[in-house]
Ligand binder design. Sequence first.
Ligand SMILES: Cc1ncc(COP(=O)(O)O)c(C=O)c1O
Length: 484
Amino acid sequence: MMGRSGEDERLFGLEPDADQMRAFAERAVDHVVRHLASLDGQRAVDLDGAVERAAHAREPLPWRPSDYEELFRHLFDEVIPKSINTASPGMLSYVQGGGLFHAAVADFVSLAVNRFVGYAAAAPVLAELEANVVRWFCEILGFPAGAGGVLTSGGSVGHLIAVVAARTKHLGDDLRGARVYASDQLHHSIEKAALVAGLPRDAVRPIATDARYRIELSALDRAISEDRATGRRPFLLVGTGGTTNTGAVDDLTALRGLADREGLWLHVDGAYGGFFRLTERGRAALQGIETADSVVVDPHKSLFLPYGTGAVLTRHVEALRHAHELHSDYVHAVRSEGASVDFASISPELSRDCRGLRVWLPMKMVGAQAFRDALDEKLDLASYAADQLRGIPYLELADEPQLSTVAFHLRDKGDAANQATERILERINDRGRVHLSGTVLRGRAAIRICVLSFRVHRRAIDASLEDLKDALAEEKLDVSQRTV
Ligand SMILES: Cc1ncc(COP(=O)(O)O)c(C=O)c1O
């Protein structure tokens, strides 16, 4: 390592030597740690000028090497800050888990060693670590021994795998008249999964929900009878274990009974709520999830992982295999007899990252109890937020929190109230201390507080309530003047 210094040292080709790798990775760690350690002082959202900056970010194919320090500086100073800061301790919008640092380090390890886990024979022990993760998830859900599944890139792909498995089992190759039921609060990834699975465009029939946004069982019953009478072919019932809008949980035990009577596959969308089963209260709320034929959970939501990790779990691993397995001469050699699972045989992907490590490392390092405690804290914070919101004149809750989401409306109804709600949301987010998101519930604009990230604590809730009160006052809705 004689004679190289400064920029020269930071310009290298495809095979950096040991010193270069170390220096490069250390700089990356420095930047990341500086970024994460300063999250408290960063805005929860900063999109000012972001679109203009994005237009300038288009660039030609670079043929020559660049100094990585300069690239890091560009990334951390100019690119990353212009965003909704999904890692922020003020992140209360959408369904955001925060992104555990431990998982990022696990990804670094797994991508650096670059092993293939699609067929267990290629890395039997590493594949078994990922199989452990799948088994842990099955245990958390209360699935029986022998249940299994696969880690996916997210909930959407998990739904796709489940829909394809149910479709193959119940409909074979004839998809005409196929019918899927889910509540009118379903996440659109279910509809997308049905579409991509080749079902007719009108296959998903949304079913009305009750006052607490849970699927109405009588409406579901009627819809199935009507459909059968007109020659449709019901095959799949999707229950939701935590809707995106309000965190509503369908009566999953009743859905199991109905699915059994009607001969349907019961799939549960637990992308948001599934991991709350780690807690006592979540277990009570999600009662019946353990009886589902398949469940999607999203570790990148309620297990706090960075984006890119979902999972589909099922008591019918054979149905996943039947729907996905193909053979070819060139991979035959590495097919694994007797191995616990070949992920490539039960999912659409062949080559992919070894995503199991991303869950395995944090779970082993901090233990499941830490996740349980954090999720319990989120449930506490959601009820605290609901209590506080109940005391604010001009507002009403859309529902009591069933998990860790609280949605609320202005008491007034109609277009003017909807527009005022949007302005209030904008005012809160413009302050940048917290980030909330909105939705529409039965024609009424609502604001949601979804407490999920491991970095969100009481002070974020207090900040959002303060900013909300100020925004109401700025809208000339003086919160101190009117009592409820
Ligand atoms: C209830 C629910 N289901 C499914 C999804 C889709 O999951 P993903 O974004 O991981 O594909 C989401 C995402 O927010 C969700 O909230």
